[in-house]
Design a protein around this ligand. Structure first.
Ligand code: NAD
Ligand code: ZN
Length: 348
């Protein structure tokens, strides 16, 4: 049974359609036994995190899965379910995913199907999972090369933020997280973009207080968007800013997700200049650069257009595209594929 009752952890409760989620924004993983019943708590993490933070798992029922997107597959689900059965986990179990988006996506899904559903909590350990992947209830696995093909929308009971985990996060994973943070600023928060533009990656890595505040702000942006549109009928689609082109080049060039969407955002900003009169591409580009993110690359236009047309967002001869009217104000627009191709060519 889950017993979120620890008064000393700041507990921000957010109501979604079927579940209230506790955001423990100043959480301490060391104090987690105060919020879950130890004997029913089952921790699932990946091998990298386990190797770096092994001591934190002493005395806990822990299941360690292989790290990496290539393991976000059914085999990991089977492995976790078998381990849970081996541990004797019942309907009272609470699964706790400690990791990046790969772990939280898999664990959220397993919790949704194990014994027809048990409680789940997340301890996000990458910047990206703190501000994006672990929030919103989307979970699931890839099927072969097809990303996120199987899964559920189901909210966790709690998210515990312990920023100490970030001490071991490699630099490129910080960049990955900042791509989503800059995305949030671009679509929802002009003043955050200003703050980001006046600092850089090094500043936030060194300044714990500023980082904690920035994470909290981004959690709130994602929560607000999801709360308004849990099942992605409208506003939640804005979170795809930079992702349509980003996804098309991510696989083609084996780029890191954050790097691909960084380039995707720059193209989307340039397309917005023509379609929406947007005039702040320079600010976006300069900010991305400060966080080690790429802002241009050579594109194979034909291949990119082909991949984009296979995307879920295609409708007839148009593609649904997130564009900016100004920093902090995004819109969802249907753009004819022909015009899109012309504009992408123009800016390549
Ligand atoms: N559900 C959603 O709404 C949503 C949103 C965005 C992304 N996602 C998913 O999230 C995944 C990407 O998440 P991610 O970027 O966190 O990737 P990830 O989980 O693969 O983590 C990245 C790498 O960092 C390592 N790592 C994690 N925490 C660490 C730490 N504290 N110190 C050192 N190393 C650490 C991991 O072992 C891994 O090698 C994708 O599968 C994506 O589909 C889901
Ligand atoms: Zn993303």
């Amino acid at each position: 049974m889950l017993i979120v009752k620890y008064k000393n952890m700041k507990n921000w409760k957010v109501k979604f359609s079927s579940q209230t989620v506790s955001f423990l924004l100043e959480g301490k993983f060391a104090a987690i036994n105060k919020i879950v019943d130890k004997s029913n708590a089952f921790y699932i993490t990946d091998e990298n995190i386990f190797a770096l933070h092994e001591k934190k798992f002493i005395g806990k029922n822990t299941i360690v899965i292989p790290a990496g997107e290539e393991h976000k597959q059914q085999a990991a689900v089977d492995f976790i379910i078998e381990a849970l059965l081996h541990f004797g986990a019942t309907r009272e179990a609470v699964l706790i995913g400690v990791g990046g988006g790969v772990v939280t996506d898999i664990v959220g899904y397993v919790a949704g199907i194990y014994m027809r559903g048990v409680a789940v909590g997340f301890v996000p350990t990458t910047l990206l999972s703190m501000v994006d992947a672990s929030i919103g209830g989307k979970n699931g696995i890839d099927v072969g090369l097809y990303k996120n093909m199987v899964g559920l929308i189901r909210q966790p009971s709690f998210l515990l933020y312990d920023l100490d985990f970030l001490k071991t996060l490699p630099k490129h994973q910080w960049e990955n997280g900042f791509a989503e943070i800059i995305k949030h600023a671009a679509i929802k928060d002009a003043s955050m973009m200003k703050a980001l533009a006046s600092h850089d990656l090094n500043y936030y890595q060194k300044n714990k207080k500023a980082l904690a505040l920035l994470i909290e702000k981004n959690v709130k942006i994602k929560v607000k968007v999801v709360q308004k549109d849990e099942f992605e009928k409208g506003d939640r689609k804005l979170l795809n800013f930079g992702h349509t082109l980003g996804h098309a080049i991510e696989n083609q060039h084996a780029l890191l997700h954050g790097h691909a969407i960084s380039i995707g955002m720059v193209y989307a900003a340039k397309i917005s200049q023509v379609m929406e009169g947007f005039n702040d591409t320079g600010l976006l580009v300069d900010t991305l650069k400060k966080y080690g993110l790429p802002t241009s690359m050579h594109l194979d236009i034909d291949q990119t257009m082909q991949i984009m047309q296979k995307d879920k967002k295609k409708q007839g001869s148009s593609i649904q595209y997130v564009l900016l009217k100004k920093i902090g104000y995004a819109v969802y627009q249907s753009v004819p594929i022909k015009s899109l191709e012309k504009l992408i060519k123009l800016y390549s």
